[in-house]
Ligand binder design. Structure first.
Ligand code: ZN
Length: 147
């Protein structure tokens, strides 16, 4: 649950930054004078620099969201630290013998392993998170107790 709240918090901060950027861009450009026939025309899609500036803000927002999601997928589900030590397993040339190619990442504190399939034949396959039990720490403590 905390994992998803962390993502929602990061996306909310990014949304605030993007809305602030759009507000700034909208107020940097001068408002055009009213025409003889009515109120000033809408600047978006009628004023080229303003339109490109708004497109740049939207592109920045899309890039920021994709970076946040990409980063969030490669974080520990328990402690939210970046996963480390990527190991490539399997083989592209010998899938029957060595298995399908995938990348495995682990949490630096041993909370779990993330397996990302490199081969996406049957549609998009989401990364597989496998939490680790604390068996290794229990085993180490039992060795210390026996000494
Ligand atoms: Zn962790």
């Amino acid at each position: 649950m905390r994992h998803w709240l962390y993502l929602i918090g990061k996306l909310a901060i990014a949304a605030g930054v993007i809305f602030g950027l759009q507000f700034t861009v909208e107020h940097l450009f001068p408002i055009p004078p009213p025409t003889r026939f009515g109120p000033p025309p809408v600047m978006f899609l009628h004023d080229l620099p303003f339109t490109f500036a708004i497109f740049a803000v939207w592109l920045t927002g899309a890039g920021l969201c994709s970076v946040i999601i990409w980063d969030h997928r490669r974080r520990c589900r328990t402690c939210h630290r970046r996963l480390i030590m990527p190991i490539v397993t399997g083989s592209w040339g010998h899938m029957v013998t060595f298995g399908r190619p995938k990348t495995e990442l682990i949490c630096p504190f041993g909370h779990g392993t993330l397996r990302i399939e490199e081969l996406q034949i049957t549609g998009r396959q989401f990364p597989d998170w496998e939490p680790h039990d604390d068996n290794i720490w229990k085993e180490l403590e039992s060795y210390e107790a026996h000494r």
